[in-house]
Every structure is written in C-alpha cells, then in structure tokens.
Write a protein that binds this ligand. Structure first.
Ligand SMILES: Nc1nc2c(ncn2[C@@H]2O[C@H](COP(=O)(O)OP(=O)(O)O)[C@@H](O)[C@H]2O)c(=O)[nH]1
Ligand SMILES: [Mg+2]
Length: 262
C-alpha cells in the first residue's frame, strides 16, 4: 500500500544512473508519495523515461538541473524546493537501487515519531559488497566518531536517511563543503554539532552487478582526496573553536531507541 504524505517526501538525487533510475523510482512510488527526483546535469537521458512517467503520475516530480553540481548540491536544491512547497522532512535515497525501498515506510514512521531527529540507515551488506569499500568505511566511521565525540552516527557514508529539512538547509548553507560525495558525512556531523538527535536503523545495502544495471560514479582518487579534505576541515573546525560547544551538546544528546527497528 502506498502512503501519501504532505510533510515527508522521498528525494532522489540522480546523475547518469541509466535504466536503474526508472526501476528505483517505481519501487519508491509503490511505497511512498511524493517522490522527487533531482536530475543533476545528467547526460545519459536516463531521466526521459521518468519525466514521461511524471506526466501521468502526480506523486512524482522531476527537477532537472542543467549542470552537474554533485550529490550534495542536488539534495540541497531539492530540499530548498521541498521546504518552499511545505514539506518538513525528506528521505534521501540513491537512484541506483542500492537502498531498500521496502524500508522507506519504517524510516518515515521513525521520523514522524521524532521529528527533530535525523534518522540514519545503518547498512547491512550482502556478500557481494566490495571489500575495498567495506574497509574504507572503517576509517570514516572512526574519524566521525572522533568528530562528534562519541557514538551517534553508525555509518557516515550510507545515504539512506530522513533529514529534518530546515536544519539540513541551515547546516549546508553554513559551509561551502558537502556538495559532492562529502555530503553524507558532512551533513550528519554538522547536524549532530547543531544538537540534532540521531537514530540509526538497519537497512540492506545492495551492490548491483553491471549486468543488473549497477553503476557508480565514485572515483577512488578524486573522491578519496575529497574525503581526506572533508575530515581535515571538520577536525580543524572541531579543535580550533567547536570543541566546548560540541562537548556540551554531546553531554545533552538523548539516546533514542525505537520499536520500528527490525
Ligand atoms: N545529483 C547527483 N547525484 C549524484 C552525483 N554523483 C552521484 N550521485 C547520486 O548519488 C547516489 C550515489 O552515487 P553512486 O555513484 O551510486 O555512489 P556509490 O553508491 O557510493 O558508488 C546515486 O543516486 C547517484 O545518482 C552527482 O554528481 N550529482
Ligand atoms: Mg550507488
């Protein structure tokens, strides 16, 4: 059964996603409406089929940005429009089928029950997950734990999340970073710094083979350099002037539990 919401929407950034885009949009629409796709200067025409579907599907909106600006800037553009349209929360999910549409309703329910909270997916990987990506995460997890002075963000790289949109806009507008692949980690850390409570819920993360339409635009050198720069900036900011305030909000941070976890 599909839920239609006036407060919570699905936001899907997409860049040259190929045929998986239409399939992922259909999977999300089967669970939730509205679904907004932010096409970020794609050149592969993958959005043509989704635009076609939007003509007969009022729960679907396609925002096309003429130039590629990166995942974070696409999410921010979608968030701005969503707030202007009266939405308060956005579930961000990848357009390529890696995130489980079947968990949308549970994450949305958790968000509705705790509207000030950032709801984070905690990835459950299958045997097909590349070892190099799993190993790489461990360093990010450790760095982010240091940056927020403790627990709260189980996986800083997994982008399947429900954001309270106004705090998200505020923290992104406060920095020029977080516009590309650094978005997921930077947004989560800055939201925690701003005092946002977090709740981590398990969600399957699939790695699709090329034959299944799996596609990634992650470039190991370019994007790892970006991640090194991100953590350098965050740690420098923490040490130079954020430490006392982050420590105070750390001590005040509630520990949440949830009955919709499974
Ligand atoms: N809007 C936008 N989305 C992007 C960009 N790069 C990646 N994405 C989207 O971000 C999500 C994650 O990217 P992906 O390449 O699958 O990264 P991976 O899953 O970490 O390998 C997908 O939904 C992509 O379509 C970009 O430059 N702009
Ligand atoms: Mg992906």
């Amino acid at each position: 059964m599909t839920t239609t919401s006036a407060t919570h929407l699905v936001l899907m950034p997409s860049y040259n996603t190929g045929p998986r885009l239409l399939a992922t949009v259909r999977e999300a629409l089967a669970i939730w409406r509205p679904v907004w796709v932010v096409v970020d200067g794609s050149t592969d025409e993958s959005h043509a089929a989704v635009e076609q579907l939007a003509r007969s599907e009022p729960g679907l909106r396609v925002i096309v940005r003429p130039r590629n600006g990166g995942k974070g800037s696409a999410v921010l553009a979608g968030a701005e429009e969503a707030v202007a349209a009266g939405f308060t929360h956005g579930l961000v999910m990848d357009a390529d089928g890696q995130h489980p549409a079947g968990r949308i309703a549970d994450l949305m329910a958790a968000s509705a029950a705790a509207p000030a909270t950032l709801i984070l997916g905690r990835p459950v990987f299958g045997p097909e997950a590349p070892l190099v990506r799993l190993q790489g995460r461990k360093l990010s997890v450790a760095l982010v734990r240091f940056e927020i002075l403790g627990a709260g963000i189980d996986d800083p790289l997994f982008g399947f999340r429900v954001y309270p949109l106004t705090p998200l806009r505020r923290v992104l507008q406060s920095t020029g970073g977080g516009r590309h692949y650094d978005f997921d980690a930077e947004a989560a850390v800055r939201l925690v710094w701003a005092g946002t409570p977090t709740l981590n819920l398990p969600a399957q993360c699939r790695y699709l083979s090329a034959a299944e339409g799996g596609i990634s635009h992650f470039r190991y050198v370019r994007d790892n350099v970006r991640m090194v720069w991100l953590h350098t900036r965050l740690i420098a900011t923490l040490l130079v002037w954020r430490w006392p305030q982050v420590r105070r909000s750390r001590l005040a941070r509630p520990v949440l539990s949830c009955d919709v976890c499974s």
